[in-house]
Design a protein around this ligand. Sequence first.
Ligand SMILES: C[S@@+](CC[C@H](N)C(=O)[O-])C[C@H]1O[C@@H](n2cnc3c(N)ncnc32)[C@H](O)[C@@H]1O
Length: 295
Amino acid sequence: MFVSGLELWQWVNQAKAEAIASDVPLAEIDWLLQELAGLDRLALRLESFKDLPKIELKLSLSELAQLWQRRLQERVPVQYLTGVAHWRHFSLKVTPAVLIPRPETELLIDLAVEAVKSYSVNPKSHWVDLGTGSGAIAIGLACALTNARIYAVDCSSEALAVARLNAENLGFGSRVNFYQGLWWEPLAFLKGQVSGMVSNPPYIPSSTVLTLQPEVVQHEPHLALDGGFDGLECIRHLVETAPDYLESGGVWLVEMMAGQAEAVADMLQSHGSYREVQIFSDLAGIDRFALAYRQ
Ligand SMILES: C[S@@+](CC[C@H](N)C(=O)[O-])C[C@H]1O[C@@H](n2cnc3c(N)ncnc32)[C@H](O)[C@@H]1O
């Protein structure tokens, strides 16, 4: 479908006014047009696309307008509307079966790489991503730890289908193995051999989930959000179960919610199987990640 630059520019102006009225970030119009009109950020910022005689859209202008109304009225996240989320340098397919990977989660990969540098890594190392969702962490690990084999687990078969597709599309299909099941359960064959466990598990207290913004509570999978009554049920389980799977010196690395750092550090310290418990903050300065090494 082709539209003139002027027609699209007129639509953008209307969409901007609607975004302001509905308290939706203006940047989301750019995200939509980057995906659906193939425009780059500079052309959008300078509005230079206005002078183009024709622009190819992946859908008609009226379909674009309908999609935008779903964003405004139904509060559907723009990533579900386009089916794409950008995370690190990857374009990941997302559907409502998977959590939209968040920017803060990107730091887990850097923390894993730093942790690897601080002890000598087995070149045939096994790393796991528990609760893989879109596959973001597994793919990030496969890209950053070029000698590692990655094992990614999720209990949702719909999420795993998305994660598999992402790994294939990004060229990591042969380095990441996917398993359906509960946390470590499908990985019994790796007991005592895992060099690193990375997880962004559900960590929001059940009573808080329903108070989250409509984009999250109405559209993202609650299976990916709900961490039980205190939000710590999954993390507690990972603290208790990981020692059977991690090799000595193996890395335990988890994302958590603001306010959980002290409780998670206590769990790791008092378990007796971990050493060098550390807390790291995200770019907003919130204590967000817990890391420890298997004794
Ligand atoms: C917060 S999401 C994280 C998704 C992805 N790793 C990311 O960071 O964007 C948590 C994931 O854990 C999965 N999950 C929840 N309970 C699980 C369980 N008992 N065993 C395995 N996966 C589980 C959910 O399906 C969801 O995909």
